[in-house]
Design a protein around this ligand. Structure first.
Ligand code: AMP
Ligand code: TRP
Length: 333
């Protein structure tokens, strides 16, 4: 039996290089494998765990679909849909919320980070976010879930929920326990302003990230301004452990060029940062700017994008509604 892939991206606008290198690029490679079924979900229910502007929201959903397609995911061969259009996700999230334990959720670091100091003011949705994520995955019997490194803990929770449900109801193998697919190298792209913080759309400074919608000039400017340290470029990979900014920039370069870190370090060994930055900016312009143009072109055809979501939701609904019926039977509804 082939692999069943499921993954999701939040439509919160401003998709960036971290999303692309950490997740979407991997989706594209998987979608080109033989004997692999792929489902990619625009997780709008997850997005509303924090405030969203309704006017921008719909366009952000379309932009996420456009990014999938521009990156190379074929909507004819793969399912692309948005979560809110398949009601089984909300329903399964409730049911699985009765399986998951408070103690398990209390350990989730993403909640702690996102809720910040005033946890009392965070939404309940933000807290139970990983349960909805488990519902997404388990409804489709996904065997593999490609994500960035930051989602590893949520996947472990998903596996625990699946196993507890199977045990509690004595339905061995009913829910498939999915394997995370996290890239070995460059799985966490860091901020251009601080090599110890991950690149994120919620970071206030736009200079901290390369957005997939950036122009050539913006890309060049952001790389010029990216934080570095006063030393020349490192001579060997080991030096990078204490130099997070250099490590991140060389990681981005390596990932885009599809070469390993050793090779990139060797290429620029002992040189000035400015020379490396010129090369890095060029690679980014070559690889990311065409993507940005394609996304813009696709966004001009809203009817086409909406049609993909309608068709995707129908296909996803066929699968998810079957699984939810089986869940009802097992529970005794
Ligand atoms: P999100 O936009 O938070 O829904 O994330 C979508 C995907 O991008 C998830 O698989 C994340 O793990 C991945 N991702 C987000 N930020 C980064 C980053 N800075 N580095 C690597 N992967 C990331
Ligand atoms: N929580 C993921 C993120 O923020 C998005 C997501 C939601 C997801 N449901 C999923 C990823 C299911 C993989 C599988 O990045």
């Amino acid at each position: 039996m082939g692999k069943k892939i499921f993954s999701g991206v939040q439509p919160t606008g401003n998709l960036h290089l971290g999303n692309y290198l950490g997740a979407i690029k991997n989706f594209v490679d998987l979608s080109n494998e033989n004997d692999t079924e792929c489902i990619f979900c625009v997780v709008d229910l997850h997005a509303i765990t924090v405030n969203q502007d309704p006017k921008e929201f719909r366009n952000n959903i379309r932009e996420t679909v456009a990014t999938f397609i521009a990156s190379g995911i074929d909507p004819k061969k793969n399912i692309i849909f948005n979560q809110s259009q398949v009601s089984a996700h909300s329903e399964a999230a409730w049911i699985l919320g009765c399986i998951a334990r408070m103690g398990w959720l209390n350990r989730m670091t993403q909640f702690k980070e996102k809720a910040g100091k005033d946890k009392e003011k965070a939404s309940i949705g933000l807290y139970s976010y990983p349960v909805l994520m488990a519902a997404d995955i388990l409804l489709y019997d996904a065997t593999h879930v490609p994500v960035g490194d930051d989602q590893k803990q949520h996947l472990e929770l998903c596996r625990d929920i699946a196993q507890k449900f199977n045990n509690d109801f004595k339905v061995e193998n009913f829910f498939v326990t999915p394997e995370p697919l996290i890239q070995k190298e460059f799985s966490r792209i860091m901020s251009l302003k601080d090599g110890t913080k991950k690149m994120s759309k919620s970071e206030i400074s736009d200079l901290s990230r390369i957005n997939l919608s950036d122009t050539q000039d913006q890309i060049i400017n952001k790389i010029k301004k990216a934080k570095t340290d006063p030393l020349p470029m490192p001579i060997n990979v080991k030096d990078l452990d204490k130099r997070p900014e250099a490590k991140n920039l060389l990681g981005i370069y390596s990932s885009l060029k599809k070469i390993n870190l050793e090779k990139s370090v060797k290429e620029f060994s002992g040189k000035n940062f400015s020379e490396f930055k010129e090369n890095l900016a060029q690679v980014l312009v070559d690889k990311i700017f065409p993507l940005s143009l394609e996304i813009k072109k696709l966004l001009d055809d809203k009817v086409y994008l909406d049609q993909i979501l309608v068709e995707g939701a129908q296909k996803a609904n066929d699968k998810a509604s079957k699984k939810i019926k089986e869940i009802h039977k097992i529970i005794g509804f």
